[in-house]
Design a protein around this ligand. Structure first.
Ligand code: GMT
Length: 380
């Protein structure tokens, strides 16, 4: 199949999933065209099956806001015609599903009928999309997609509750290429980060309020009082300064490393002993799945799709949002002895296997094939 993927090219989970999907589809022999404003961060190699088309929005002084949707829909039309693309897969409803719909309509004027698959990722529904400023357009875009998928059952439930949805929503969970994650590094540079007797605790996110990074510090503070440890915080975002201040206030600044955005998350995870994700909302929690795939047990909140990923008492533990005391107690249960830690590490990998690329990507392939057949048979 010839597939166009529209996504955010940044460090966010939706862009990561879209990129990994494109790479897996290309490995299966499909021709994949990424269409976005920048080459996606995890897309390092272009190849025979992988193409990248940049959407440029020239600055024009009349525009207070540059019209990205307009440029994207025009680019989609041009690329579909040029490369004979058969299916559009847009990740994140805003504004991608809206631009995709416009592209479909423009193509129909030329008797080209192309199905659009929209994948809902979370914040496009729970945080931004349900805002009254966007809700009408988001509802319209979802209802006018040919296929709608959500990355967890929890997100499907939220979408049905928040919007008036007339389409079936297929749950296609996020995934990870587990074999690529198992022990990919021989030179774990653990010694650069911590002493031999110290446990390494990690958090990866975009450090937005919804991630409750201050809770990470609170949990870590309680851990480090009981067992020698270091905290590594990966990512950049608006909460960083408040986190640094809290570390200083608690006198633990020497034990907390802020490493910023990184392309070496796997490397950091390979020497981590525990991952903390105490988010306020999380439709899936790809970061938790990545940690588990690298053999890192997870302490998380029990919000949204996290209970579908992190299994209580198996891959880690879940607590109510904000219950930092319980999170710390559970963390210490995991870190208590080498035997308990090794057990949780093993179980974390096993729990992650449910979401291996090999199991999930065929679900998308089947949806594409069905959508293409239906569109070819009965254009509307
Ligand atoms: O919250 C983020 O980290 C970014 C956001 C995004 O849009 O990229 O992540 C959302 O999509 C990810 C991939 O499907 C999910 O794993 C995250 O749980 C989800 N974030 C939220 O729901 C807050």
């Amino acid at each position: 199949m010839k597939i166009a993927i529209v996504c955010y090219p940044t460090f966010g989970g939706s862009g990561v999933v879209a990129t990994e999907l494109g790479l897996a589809l290309a490995e299966h022999g499909h021709e994949v065209h990424f269409i976005t404003y920048k080459q996606p961060v995890r897309l390092e190699l272009l190849s025979k099956n992988i193409h990248f088309h940049e959407v440029s929005v020239p600055d024009y002084p009349l525009f207070h806001y540059q019209p990205y949707e307009l440029a994207l829909s025009s680019k989609l039309v041009d690329m579909v015609k040029l490369h004979k693309i058969e299916v559009l897969h847009v990740h994140y409803a805003i504004p991608h599903a809206y631009a995709g719909y416009m592209a479909k309509k423009m193509l129909e004027e030329e008797n080209i009928y192309i199905p659009m698959v929209t994948t809902l990722h979370g914040t496009d529904i729970t945080l931004v999309g349900s805002h009254p400023f966007y809700k009408t357009a988001v509802t319209f875009s979802i209802n006018n997609s040919d296929v709608v998928t959500s990355v967890s059952q929890s997100l499907k439930d939220d979408t049905l509750q928040l919007f008036d949805i007339k389409k079936e929503i297929h749950v296609v969970p996020n995934f990870i290429d587990i074999p690529k994650k198992i022990n990919p590094y021989t030179d774990c540079e653990r010694d650069m980060m911590a002493e031999r007797n110290e446990r390494i605790v990690t958090h990866v996110s975009n450090l937005r309020k919804v991630k409750r990074v201050l809770d990470v510090i609170e949990v870590f503070d309680r851990i480090q009082k009981k067992t020698p440890s270091k905290l590594i915080i990966v990512g950049e975002g608006p909460e960083r300064e408040a986190c640094e201040l809290l570390c200083t206030k608690k006198g633990i600044e020497e034990k907390v490393l802020f490493v910023g955005n990184s392309n070496e998350v796997d490397k950091i995870l390979c020497f981590s002993d525990l991952f903390i994700l105490p988010s306020e909302k999380e439709s899936f929690g790809l970061a938790a799945l990545e940690a588990m795939a690298c053999g890192v047990p997870v302490i998380s909140s029990n919000t949204g799709g996290l209970p579908e990923v992190n299994i209580q008492g198996v891959s880690g533990f879940l607590s109510d949002v904000g219950n930092v005391e319980e999170m710390a107690e559970n963390a210490l249960k995991i870190l208590d002895t080498d035997a308990s830690l090794n057990n949780f590490k093993k179980q974390a990998v096993e729990a992650a296997l449910v979401y291996d690329t090999k199991k999930i990507v065929p679900m998308y392939e089947q949806l594409y094939a069905k959508a293409i057949t239906e569109k070819t048979n009965a254009p509307n």
